[in-house]
Design a protein around this ligand. Structure first.
Ligand code: LLP
Length: 421
């Protein structure tokens, strides 16, 4: 459920007409709903009620400070994967003890930054990384709290580019080697083992892969405890999928996911951490764009939008499907036509949809890409020197620009010409 609905014949974001935002901000822009964001966060919170837990929002999905602050005020922790994300979490007012640091290649500078600024734990992904963290912590006279990310060799049954839990993926250490690696960690004076971490992939539309992974983590918890490690936290990663179409697609609900967590690891008495990104923000955001031209091609009609692959790369990169709806509500039974929906960037890959059935549209009409809140704005670029797409946050009847569109001068002035030119 989200808060982008038609009212009086036009699309609203909560209590604000989307066309009104477009008139003030210009297109394209991302628009998020506070109510949807909060609702989705609370669903996870309720799903884990009765179990000690922390929901560490995977801010790679959408990391605008206003989004982070909205979630932090609801009690969210943050999952960060870079020094930049760590700095954003702190700038949004998230205390270090609610930030976990994930990622396969943390640098020593990033480790130092997080140790000095405060950190809940590092999810360590390899032995060399563990050794580096030990050294950095010792150099600061500190002990770094860690979990080791284990790779459970489970097929997440999702798109190959976002599956992470198979042995051929670059993530974590093989679960079969975990006892050995934990023994090494325990011998390093700059590290303090606090738990286990696992994350098997993104946009999972079945619970079974989670069950397989979490059962392995439960077995490992017992084995590591028997080896004398104080395993008191389990970070179970993110990855719960969302519906991208409004047909009969029905990924598992957070409540069922929470139940599965309780069934598989609840008996261990560990504090549970999860790192959802997409489910929190995916359907809380739309990308709004204007039709620039309708172009009749050979055997097909092109709808040329002012949004492009640099603003929303998911269709080009993962063949991802996004619902695209007119901002003016189509009349019931309105005639539909097939369009290839494209952006203005000079690549054939700049195609959002092929032969998509849409109600008749005209130049100047607005459309909205649904389910664009996660991995939309954060993956945008300035390719073709197109200004980074702005972001807007709606809260009931109010809206605010939470990232302004840069001017051409701002973009160009970031470059410098060397003195020999
Ligand atoms: N934790 C870790 C360690 C992760 O690598 C990820 C996502 C998450 C949590 C959050 O997963 P989520 O709940 O959002 O599924 N750009 C791709 C998705 C990449 C996901 C990367 N890791 C896309 O647009 O589909």
């Amino acid at each position: 459920m989200d808060h982008f609905l038609y009212r009086n014949g036009e699309l609203y974001a909560e209590d604000v007409p989307v066309a009104e935002i477009a008139a003030q901000v210009g297109t394209p822009f991302y628009c998020y709903s506070t109510a949807t964001l909060s609702r989705h966060f609370r669903l996870f919170d309720e799903a884990l009620a009765g179990t000690e837990h922390l929901i560490c929002y995977a801010m790679k999905a959408a990391s605008n400070l206003a989004i982070l602050k909205t979630l932090a005020e609801l009690g969210a922790g943050m999952d960060v994967v870079s020094g930049g994300e760590y700095a954003r979490a702190k700038a949004a007012g998230v205390p270090g003890e609610r930030i976990v640091f994930s990622g396969v290649g943390k640098t020593r500078d990033e480790m130092r930054m997080a140790l000095e600024g405060g950190i809940r734990q590092f999810n360590v992904e390899s032995e060399p990384e563990m050794a580096a963290l030990n050294e950095v912590a010792l150099s600061l006279g500190m002990r770094a709290p860690i979990t080791v990310r284990v790779n459970p060799d489970v097929d997440a049954k999702t798109h190959a580019k976002i599956a992470t839990g198979k042995s051929e993926n670059k993530f974590g250490i093989p679960i079969a080697r975990a006892r050995e690696v934990y023994a090494e960690a325990a011998a390093m004076p700059g590290l303090e083992v606090v738990g286990i971490d696992v994350h098997i992939g993104s946009q999972l539309t079945e619970l079974e892969p989670f069950r397989l992974a979490y059962e392995k983590v439960a077995d490992l918890t017992e084995a590591l405890r028997a080896d004398g490690h104080d395993i008191r936290r389990l970070d179970l990663g993110g990855g719960l999928g969302i519906p991208y179409t409004r047909s009969n697609e029905a990924p598992p609900l957070p409540m069922d996911y929470g139940q599965l967590i309780k069934e598989t690891v609840g008996h261990l008495g560990c504090e549970i951490e999860i790192e959802p990104g997409r489910l929190v923000v995916g359907n809380a955001g739309i990308l709004v764009s204007e039709v620039i031209y309708l172009k009749a091609g050979e055997g097909r009609d092109f709808l040329i939008l002012d949004a492009a692959m640099n603003d929303l790369i998911r269709p080009a990169m993962y063949d991802a499907y996004h619902d695209i709806v007119p901002v003016r509500e189509p009349q019931p039974g309105a005639e539909q036509a097939a369009y290839d929906i494209v952006g203005p960037v000079c690549e054939s890959g700049d195609t959002f949809a092929k032969a998509r059935m849409m109600p008749g549209l005209a130049q100047g009409d607005l459309v909205a890409f649904r389910s664009a809140g996660a991995y939309g704005a954060v993956m945008a670029s300035e390719y073709n020197t197109r200004p980074l797409v702005p972001e807007v946050l709606v809260h009931e009847h109010q809206f605010a620009v939470i990232r302004a569109r840069p001017t051409f001068d701002e973009i160009i002035n970031r470059d410098t010409i060397p003195e020999w030119l």
